[in-house]
Design a binder for this molecule. Sequence first.
Ligand code: GDP
Length: 185
Amino acid sequence: MAARFIISAAKPDQFPQDAEPEVAFLGRSNVGKSSLLNALVGSGELARVSAQPGRTQLINFFQVDGGFRFVDLPGYGFAKVPLEIRSKWQGLIESYLIGRKPLKLCALLLDSRRGWTPKDVELRQWLEHHQLPYVVIVTKVDKLKSQKERHQSRTALSEGYTGELLECSAVTGRGVREIWQAIKK
Ligand code: GDP
């Protein structure tokens, strides 16, 4: 599945005008969002894998073959970012998520070893409040080495959330096909 970069938007008037269905990817900084985007389109260069978490302040739009788009929203929850910038990001993210007609699905990413952080829960509740359809994707499952770790991770992730969890690894490619199926559905 090929994809190409369209634009990085720093404010709403830079969002693409024409409307193809969009899938938006959300998660904490360092959750593995860029790696997953690259794994989904089979390219090592689509979204830059960040060495410095929390620095991307832009919304990146990608055209994906098959007539839709991936939207990479800035990661949240990076403690070193000053409050003022944090609220600016939040404003940008909300300006995209609220009332964006082409937006068909949000993908909320969670790190398999961290589970739900308060910020993730807040975001999930916010998506529900605004009636935005979402799927939950659990990243970096290759890092769970033992049966015990996998069990602990699943237990923590299911606490307070009974919906489906899509597990994936950008390293092994596990779960990539299932995520594609969820997106196409
Ligand atoms: P982003 O900030 O959410 O875009 O996260 P990145 O994709 O930049 O990944 C953050 C760090 O996690 C990088 O060091 C990646 O190499 C690593 N990473 C991302 N996905 C995986 C994965 O599936 N497995 C493992 N083991 N590491 C991953």
